[in-house]
Design a protein around this ligand. Structure first.
Ligand SMILES: C[C@@H](N)C(=O)N[C@H](C)C(=O)O
Ligand SMILES: [Zn+2]
Length: 285
């Protein structure tokens, strides 16, 4: 994907969506809070959900709350486990409930005292994106980025083993996938669609050169090495995971033990609501 997909807020990601309006409140889908779960019965949140929907009250663009938090919104790009932009990601943008965004701003302030900044990979995730993941998981011939994101796992296991959830708490707007970046942040080279892929579970100098602190694996590495407290992760990588965990817990977030990058606000304003408005500037303007 392009260089422009990795930005600090206030950069090129924050341009307004040009083509769609804000005519209705977003529908929600209520589904059992069984995250993560299997893809057997995807919710039908997309029914009647056109591209003109607006976020409910209380959703914000993270860049409006803290423009210093870096954003690398992978599902708006080719650099993710599917290998193309995902349905519903109109723009590479982090949208969150105001409570989650303000809590993340506190994390950013605390992280700076340790010499780090926060970088988000995913924030609010529309239900239509989850439905896209489910459809993709059933097409066994599509393995474009297996070599990087799930080199040791069969694709059919990704939902079963809890690496992808449907429904997901991301759709409630208070769950974030994120990492820490040592400051000053190094420039990260762009991912080029079709480039040779390196396994996310390889040592830091042998995987995609993300500018984040070494967390022991890359983001969305569907491998047991990504389990937050996996005992094979030691030294600086485990220290980075534990620092992120402490900073996030102090701000009211809880980690998902199978993914070092996945955190949910414990006191979230929309529990078990699965929204489906698009990820686009116009949804929160
Ligand atoms: C897909 C990954 N980034 C993630 O967020 N996984 C959890 C389990 C989810 O989908 O909720
Ligand atoms: Zn997540």
């Amino acid at each position: 994907m392009t260089w422009m997909s990795l930005t600090a807020c206030g950069g090129p990601t924050s341009k307004p969506a040009a083509t769609w309006s804000t005519r209705t409140a977003s529908p929600t889908v209520s589904a059992p809070a069984t995250s993560p779960s299997t893809p057997a019965a995807p919710p039908s949140a997309t029914a009647g959900a056109g591209p003109g929907e607006h976020a409910p009250a209380g959703f914000v663009a993270l860049s409006d709350v803290d423009p210093t938090i870096m954003q690398d919104i992978r599902y708006a790009t080719d650099h993710n486990f599917v290998g193309r932009p995902i349905d519903g990601y109109v723009e590479p943008l982090c949208i969150l409930t105001r409570q989650a965004a303000e809590a993340l701003h506190r994390v950013q302030t605390a992280a700076r005292a340790h010499g780090y900044g926060v970088k988000v990979y995913d924030c609010y995730r529309p239900q239509r994106a989850v439905d896209d993941f489910v459809r993709w998981s059933r097409r066994f011939d599509e393995q474009k980025t297996k070599a990087e994101f799930y080199p040791k796992l069969d694709k059919s296991e990704l939902f079963n083993q809890g690496y992808i959830a449907g429904p997901t708490t991301h759709s409630s707007g208070s769950t974030i996938d994120l990492t820490l970046v040592a400051l000053p942040a190094h420039t990260q080279r762009p991912y080029v669609d079709g480039e040779q892929l390196l396994p996310c579970s390889a040592p830091a100098d042998q995987r995609f050169p993300d500018n984040s602190a070494d967390m022991g694996t890359g983001f969305d590495c569907f491998d047991s090495l990504a389990h937050t407290l996996d005992p094979r992760i030691t030294g600086p990588a485990m220290e980075h995971r534990l620092l992120l965990k402490q900073l996030m817990q102090d701000a009211g977030f809880k980690n998902y033990s199978s993914e070092w990058w996945h955190y949910s606000l414990t006191q979230e304003p929309y529990p078990r609501k699965y929204f489906d408005f698009p990820v686009a500037r116009g949804a929160v303007s």
